[in-house]
Ligand binder design. Structure first.
Ligand code: SF4
Length: 328
C-alpha cells in the first residue's frame, strides 16, 4: 500500500442516459457528466476542485462517495479498489470518507436536537461501546467544530442556530466518525460572506489537528486560495489543469483557468487584472463539441482545436501539455 496516496482516481466516467433523439431512433443520448477524471489525493492534503456549475464536480463527489455507480474507471482508497462495493462494504467506507453538503438547512433533521444529530452516525455505524463513550465523542466533535462549550448547543434544535453554526453541526456529525477524507461540496456558498472565512478556517485547522484530507468543491477559485495545496480545474466533465495552488494562481496554463483567475477580485485597486470574459454558454454535455471541448469559448482557439483534443494540462506530465504546444 502506498501510504502517500490516500485516494487514487483513474479514468473515472459517469454518463447518464438522456433518452432517444427521435421516437424510433436506436441511439440513446448520454450526458457526459464525468468523462475521464484522474487524480490522486495524499494524506491530509487539501485539493480544491474548481469549475462552473454543471462541469461535473458534484457528480464526481457522488462517485467518490459511492452514491453513484461509475460508467468506467476506478477509485482506490488506501490501496483498495472501492469502485464496486456491496452495501456493507460501502457503509464501512463511509466512516472514512464523509461528505459535507452545500445546504446546512437541508442537511439537518429539524426535529432532532443537535446532540441527536451528531450522535446518530455513531448509532448507525455501531461505534463506541456505551453511552458515555458516545457522549465524549459527540462533545469532542462539536468542540473541534467550533461549537464550544458543547453543552450550550446539545439540546438546541437546528432552527435555533445561525447558518454558520448549522454548518458546524454538519461538520461535527462528519467528524464524530473520525474520517480520513472530508468531501466538502460548496460548503460555504449558502453562507453569509462574513461566515465563509470562518468555515474555511475551520477546515484548514482540521486538516492539521485531525490530519484529515479535504476535497473542497467550489465554483469560486478565490475562496480557497490560501488553504488548498493543489487545485484541479474542471470543465465539461474533465480536469483540464491540475497543479499546486501557487502554480495555478500565478502561472495558469489552460485558457479556461486563466479566465477563471482573471475574474477573482483583487483587493488592491492599483493591481487590476485584465478580465477575460468567456463568450457563449457551456456546451451541452449531451452534444459535446468535436476536438477540444473548450474550443467554442476559448479566446485563443485555432482551427486545429476543432479536431485535436489535448484535454489536460499538467506540469508533471510533459506529454500531456498538448494544449500549450497547440497555442504556441
Ligand atoms: Fe483553447 Fe485550443 Fe487549448 Fe482547447 S486546445 S484550450 S481550444 S487553445
Amino acid at each position: 500500500m502506498n501510504k502517500e496516496r490516500l485516494l487514487e482516481v483513474r479514468g473515472l466516467k459517469k454518463y447518464f442516459e438522456a433518452g432517444r433523439p427521435a421516437l424510433f431512433s436506436r441511439d440513446i443520448r448520454k450526458v457526459h457528466a464525468v468523462d475521464g477524471v484522474d487524480f490522486q489525493l495524499r494524506h491530509s492534503e487539501v485539493i480544491a476542485l474548481v469549475g462552473e456549475s454543471g462541469c461535473g464536480k458534484s457528480t464526481l463527489a457522488l462517485l467518490l462517495m459511492g452514491l453513484e455507480d461509475p460508467t468506467a474507471g476506478t477509485v482506490t482508497f488506501e490501496g483498495r479498489d472501492i469502485t464496486h462495493l456491496n452495501d456493507n462494504e460501502r457503509k464501512d467506507l463511509r466512516r472514512k470518507i464523509q461528505m459535507i453538503f452545500q445546504d446546512p438547512y437541508e442537511s439537518l433533521n429539524p426535529t432532532q436536537t443537535i446532540e441527536e444529530i451528531v450522535n446518530e452516525p455513531l448509532l448507525v455505524h455501531g461505534i463506541a461501546k456505551d453511552k458515555r463513550e458516545r457522549d465524549e465523542r459527540v462533545k469532542k466533535a462539536m468542540e473541534d467544530s467550533g461549537l464550544k462549550p458543547a453543552e450550550v448547543y446539545l439540546n438546541r434544535f437546528p432552527h435555533e442556530l445561525s447558518g454558520g453554526q448549522r454548518q458546524r453541526v454538519v461538520i461535527a456529525a462528519a467528524l464524530v466518525l473520525e474520517p480520513e477524507i472530508l468531501l466538502a461540496d460548496e460548503p460555504v456558498s449558502m453562507l453569509d460572506v462574513s461566515i465563509r472565512a470562518e468555515i474555511i478556517n475551520l477546515l484548514a485547522e482540521l486538516r492539521i489537528t485531525r490530519q484529515i484530507a479535504v476535497i473542497f468543491i467550489t465554483h469560486d477559485l478565490g475562496s480557497v486560495g490560501f488553504f488548498a495545496d493543489r487545485v484541479a480545474v474542471m470543465y465539461l466533465g474533465r480536469i483540464v489543469e491540475i497543479g499546486t495552488m501557487l502554480e495555478v494562481l500565478e502561472k495558469p496554463q489552460h485558457p479556461y483557468t486563466k479566465a477563471l483567475i482573471s475574474v477573482i477580485p483583487v483587493p488592491n485597486p492599483r493591481l487590476r487584472r485584465k478580465r477575460i470574459i468567456l463568450q457563449g454558454e457551456t456546451p451541452n454535455p449531451i452534444d459535446l463539441p468535436t476536438g477540444c471541448r473548450f474550443h467554442p469559448r476559448c479566446p485563443v482557439a485555432i482551427s486545429a482545436c476543432k479536431i485535436n483534443d489535448p484535454s489536460f494540462v499538467s506540469r508533471s506530465n510533459s506529454h500531456q501539455t498538448a494544449c500549450l504546444l497547440l497555442v504556441k
